[in-house]
Design a protein around this ligand. Sequence first.
Ligand code: ZN
Length: 473
Amino acid sequence: MELPEKTRFSEWFNELIFTAEIMDVRYPVKGIYVWMPFGFKLRRKVYDYLRSLLDRDHEEVLFPLLIPEHEFMKEAEHIRGFEDEVYWVTHGGLEELDVKLALRPTSETAIYPIFNLWIRTHADLPLKVYQIVNVFRYETKHTRPLIRLREVTSFKEAHTVHATMEEAENQVEKAVNLYREFFDTLGIPYLIFQRPEWDKFPGAVYTLAFDTIMPDGKTLQIGTVHNLGTNFAETFDIKFETPDGDHEYACQTCYGISERCIAALIAIHGDNSGLVLPFRFAPIQAVIIPVLFKGEGRERIMERAEEIKSELERRGWDVVIDDSELRPGAKYYRWELKGVPVRIEIGPSEVENNTLTVSFRNDKKKFEIEADKIHELTGMAMENDDRLREKSRRFMEERIRMCGSIEEAKEHAGKGVALFGWCGKTSCGEEIENRLESTLLGILKGGYNAESPGECVVCHENAPYVAGSARTY
Ligand code: ZN
């Protein structure tokens, strides 16, 4: 099956996910997909890295999937935000349950009743935990692997508790920096917005979100950070004793990343031939292709290929040798589709001259190195990743435009992110969404340098903010 051109992004993405063996899309429940071995290795490398960042100063926990109805229904705004997408367990075997159980759509209402028991005094704070779990949402919009799911399989949610609002604010900043580091390493460029009031996390004081621009110009929300203030602490009675003996409500934050980070990784770096993966995260980092001719030194070539494989594995690489019966062209096609960053060809002349013929997946240019200099390959692969990051950064910046009028913003919002001055009033925000037929992403907080043109694009009054708008996933 031929991969569609990447300019037909939606078809390209759906086809690639399946043919590159990331997900099997044939599971017989809408919006629920299967991680295949190759896809799962990619997931593992990305999430191992995310874990390593969190493990610096968070502890990992695992809370239950089922949330009793009375806990789930405690926080009024939170319910309004989620009630139309919750799956309920109503029966145990043939019996109807006394208490309905929600499949977590997110875990605040599973975790915070227990925080109420864990937190007694100021000495218990700050508390910072995270978990990587599946969550369920009854999506009624068009579902799509890795992007819009009914079972989100890889939801990393962190929850923190602090003594003061100032500390919660600091934690929000730390979480934003952690996410910056994560996405920078993946080479996924982003804009950071403070979401408008009507689009913040249900129950939060405010929400910061990371958006990336997909190849079709629509934005994908890839991470969120919420300052919850004391909203949930008041609902779940999370109080602590201060050094003076008073009892105060704690301040909380939470922040999440899902497998949309993998969707972005695939969408942003991939090309017409398939996946392009950063060296660090590629499930297979190098493929060795023995170039075999009938009867001509076959054994020596295979021996050499094994030596090179062991040499690279000693350096921590994941390597395969493709000695299948396929023609070389078919082998190249197969490994390009899977985004293997480094290809090494070994034939009679390479064995004779003690060299390797190498090419990188993203530019496909072949070059020769002396086999003794194989240790230089890791550094070269990392430099190649820098070029990949730079390319994706340029791609995103080309799709951002500061717009002076509502007409210009409307013209651009279908192609990428339109930026403009905004006074911050809800009425102007709503008018922007209506006239642009796109989503107001919120107030720009990072990821791109832009200064407010001074006046609101709708009311022409003083605009302290740069806001952005785009079509979104
Ligand atoms: Zn205005």
